[in-house]
Design a protein around this ligand. Structure first.
Ligand code: NAD
Length: 411
């Protein structure tokens, strides 16, 4: 299923329960602006190469639009549009004063030099600087981009518009970035796991967790869960997956990856298992924190975990979601589960606008407050309407965007 279709399906399901008028559905399913630009740059060998860049701005009724910038060879308009829409619902469900956007360039950053990447980033800014800005649309890192690209982005934007650190988030911490941004998404997942298990009267010590992905999100989530005394029994990345029934030594694994080019390959102190096996383990909580579409109609029936937290974006395909729902699996949806990142991005933007720097403790406390409130809203909505947490999250998000649209007027 194409990315936009699955977002639309979840939207329609919630919109039906909310009895959202057809006119508003059409409005909320139509991005406000879609920009496609030519990025022509000189490569290191003197060749002229032309790439395509996209920025989709979905909705700005609740505030400036916010969303990442992805560098990946598979980037296309459909994917960027789906991710922009998802950002509208994500920022609304955690109640940040933002709308949703997303951008991307169809390149393979691993096959380009640093200089080439810099030229591509600066050319992209040349092409879109008029439609973005601290009060319009604020990009951030996503797959294939990081603090380095954000620093180039800001610098190029400032050539046109003057000093404006708030034009992007995810900047280097020492240069108007926020402390605690790197850990934020994984930490948010950990905070939500704690809240969800608490509501189900389960204790961390009795909870066996399997976690797919040991990158930014997965490793920080694993660290938080380990420190909160969960039994993290399985962890895997693209190179290898490992299992220990008594619980893995997460600090040791983190240390191992640091000395092993960031991967778990060859980790000696646990049993090696297959990637598919990790997803199908008999555990209490499964956290897919790597790729989209890893739970499909093919393997959904084999998933034994009664609880799943979608740390990655769209790790469960819609038909698999139905199978799991019918089995009684409780799924904490991506639009809430991985919103810790955009929440701390929002804190970075606030600090930039105020020329004021928060310490790590404040960032962590405010993150916990935002995630807790959002979780409680979604949990209560699901109970009240007897719907899944996913539908409840979409209902809250759509209702907030609907209200902002109506209050703001549509003339
Ligand atoms: P990352 O690149 O830092 O890490 C990805 C991890 O997934 C790596 O450990 C990689 O080895 C692993 N992986 C890749 N293919 C795999 C496979 N076939 N089997 C098992 N593991 C595999 O990425 P990230 O920033 O941690 O993002 C992970 C997911 O979370 C993505 O879906 C991303 O869109 C989503 N997300 C990230 C953030 C953020 O702040 N980083 C915010 C919201 C959503």
């Amino acid at each position: 299923m194409k990315a936009f279709e699955s977002t639309r399906l979840y939207f329609e399901r919630a919109a039906d329960i909310l009895k959202l008028p057809e006119s508003l559905r059409k409005l909320l399913l139509t991005p406000e602006r879609e920009v496609q630009v030519q990025i022509a740059v000189e490569m290191d060998d003197g060749r002229l190469e032309t790439f395509i860049g996209y920025r989709v701005q979905h909705d700005c009724s609740r505030g400036p639009m916010k969303g990442g910038l992805r560098y990946h060879h598979d980037v296309d308009l459909d994917e960027v549009r789906a991710l922009a829409t998802l950002m509208t619902w994500k920022t609304a469900v955690v109640d940040l004063p933002y709308g949703g956007a997303k951008g991307g360039i169809a390149i393979d950053p691993r096959k380009m030099s640093v200089k080439e990447l810099e030229r591509v980033t600066r050319k992209f800014v040349d092409q879109i600087h008029d439609v973005i800005g601290p009060h319009k649309d604020i990009p951030a890192p996503d797959m294939g981009t990081g603090a380095r690209e954000m620093a180039w982005f800001r610098n190029q934007f400032e050539k046109y518009h003057g000093f404006a650190p708030a034009v992007v988030t995810g900047k280097p911490a020492e240069d108007y970035g926020a402390v605690g941004r790197e850990e934020a998404t994984g930490r948010g997942v950990g905070i939500l796991a704690y809240k969800m298990l608490g509501n189900l009267s389960r204790k961390p010590q009795q909870t066996r967790v399997a976690l797919q992905g040991f990158g930014n999100v997965g490793s920080h989530a694993a660290k938080y869960l380990y420190e909160s005394e969960y039994k993290v029994v399985a962890v895997g990345d693209h190179t290898a997956s490992f299992y220990s029934p008594t619980g893995l030594d997460i600090p040791k694994m983190l240390k191992y990856t640091l000395a092993n080019k960031g991967t778990l390959q060859g980790y000696p102190d646990a049993e090696k298992i297959g990637h598919d096996q990790l997803l199908e383990l008999d555990v209490d909580l499964l956290i897919p924190a790597a790729l989209g579409g890893v739970i499909t109609s093919q393997n959904a029936a084999k998933i034994k975990a009664p609880l799943i937290i979608e740390a990655a974006n769209a790790p469960i395909e819609p038909d698999a979601d139905e199978i799991l729902h019918a089995k009684g699996t409780t799924i904490l949806p991506d639009i809430l589960a991985n919103a810790g990142g955009v929440t701390v991005s929002y804190f970075e933007w606030v600090q930039n606008l105020q020329f004021y720097k928060w310490g790590l403790n404040r960032v962590r406390q405010e993150l916990e407050a935002v995630m807790t409130r959002a979780f409680e809203d979604v949990w209560a909505e699901a109970r009240q309407h007897k719907v899944s947490l996913r539908t409840a999250a979409y209902m809250i998000a759509i209702r907030r965007v609907q209200r902002a649209t109506e209050v703001g007027g549509m003339g």
